[in-house]
Design a protein around this ligand. Sequence first.
Ligand code: CMP
Length: 139
Amino acid sequence: MATNRTFTMIKPDAVENGHIGGILNMIAEGGFKIVSLKLTQLTLADAKAFYAVHATRPFYGELVEFMSRGPIVAAILEKENAIEDFRTLIGATNPADAVEGTIRKKYATSIGENAVHGSDSDANAAVEGAFHFAGREQF
Ligand code: CMP
């Protein structure tokens, strides 16, 4: 059953470049309600665990180094059809393929440093949200 929730991270590149406000504004304008929010930083071990599903991919080392190099914003978002609508709002993984009006088109610089994460399923959204937020931090 759809939970109408998704999980997102504003990644280290976008935080370093001062885009937290711009991205949160696009999320709000997109009709998403913030139910959890924090500025935090992943350790290398955290990033390896979070992205364990990609452990055999050639970019895994680069991905976990990048994701742990500086602060991120983690958030749980709520909206009807949240998973699909948020993936539409963020745009293609590779910003070169992202359409106009998407977060990655505006803020991402490369396929590796692509500004934001969005869960790909209800099940993963629940796991990823629980990775960052205790139950009492989910409103
Ligand atoms: P995301 O969808 O958040 O989760 C997996 C991440 O792996 C993805 O964003 C990209 O940041 C990264 N990624 C995917 N493909 C590549 C690639 N070919 N090279 C480097 N990083 C990649």
